[in-house]
Design a protein around this ligand. Structure first.
Ligand code: DC
Length: 228
């Protein structure tokens, strides 16, 4: 069974997807981290991503893989563990542009479909329900007002790094910029699949969101199997 959870940053997607996978005993995949991992490697190796041939050669020789140790996931590009670098500001600033490139998406979508083979999994991202797993059993799209999303993201950033000098307004602008980019790109723009269930998380706790997804999942599990 595949559950997809899509939506913009700050909707609680990662927390909900992670807890849901843990409680259901499913494998959790955060596909944004894969886009971040390749973006970091492109920056580090100064790949000219406007040069299609150079980029393609880099992507072919530097596959993004995920290793799990205990409950932690490690993101490997080529043979290098880049996990510690993928949440940096440098990466966050460039990841939307890199994830709008067709060859990057094609490469990562192929890996994501490989990861889904033979497992029960929760896949979290932007195009999981629309492009990567159009036949997923449960498709969820989370939304929330941009103010609520900025506040959540701000609290998260400050909790991780209390000495960070960033204002709520800067976080809001960054969220709006990335969402506009992700939703308006030509290839696989962020949008709910036609058959996705949309949940507005503005006034809900992570547990409340998770519980509604569990109820939706149970309903799907209880449906009789068909030959289709
Ligand atoms: O979830 P996140 O904020 O870590 O994602 C980082 C970026 O990756 C985000 O700007 C959009 C992009 N992304 C994407 O294009 N497709 C996905 N399936 C997941 C993320």
């Amino acid at each position: 069974m595949i559950i997809t959870i899509d939506g913009p940053a700050g909707t609680g997607k990662s927390t909900v997807a992670k807890n849901l996978a843990e409680d259901l005993g499913y494998t959790y995949f955060e596909t944004g981290a894969m886009y971040r991992a390749i973006t970091y490697a492109i920056i580090k190796y100064k790949v000219d991503y406007n040069d299609k041939t150079a980029l393609k050669a880099f992507l072919d020789s530097h596959p993004v893989t995920i290793r799990t140790r205990f409950n932690d996931k490690y993101y490997i590009v080529g043979d290098e563990d880049v996990t510690g670098y993928i949440r940096s500001k440098e990466v966050t600033d460039l990841v939307s542009a890199i994830s709008a490139i067709g060859d990057v998406r094609e490469t990562l979508v192929t890996s994501q479909r490989e990861l889904a083979k033979g497992v029960n999994a929760v896949f979290e991202g932007r195009d999981m329900g629309t492009v990567v797993f159009p036949d997923a059993d449960v498709k969820i799209f989370l939304t929330a007002s941009s103010e609520v999303r900025a506040k959540r993201r701000y609290n998260e950033l400050i909790a991780k790094n209390p000495s960070l000098t960033i204002t709520l307004d800067e976080v809001l602008q960054d969220i709006n910029r990335r969402d506009a980019y992700d939703a308006s790109r030509d290839i696989s723009p962020m949008r709910p699949a036609d058959d996705a269930i949309i949940i507005d998380t503005s006034t809900l706790s992570a547990d409340e969101v998770e519980n509604s997804i569990i109820n939706i999942t149970k309903e799907v599990e209880d449906r009789p199997l068909t030959n289709q």
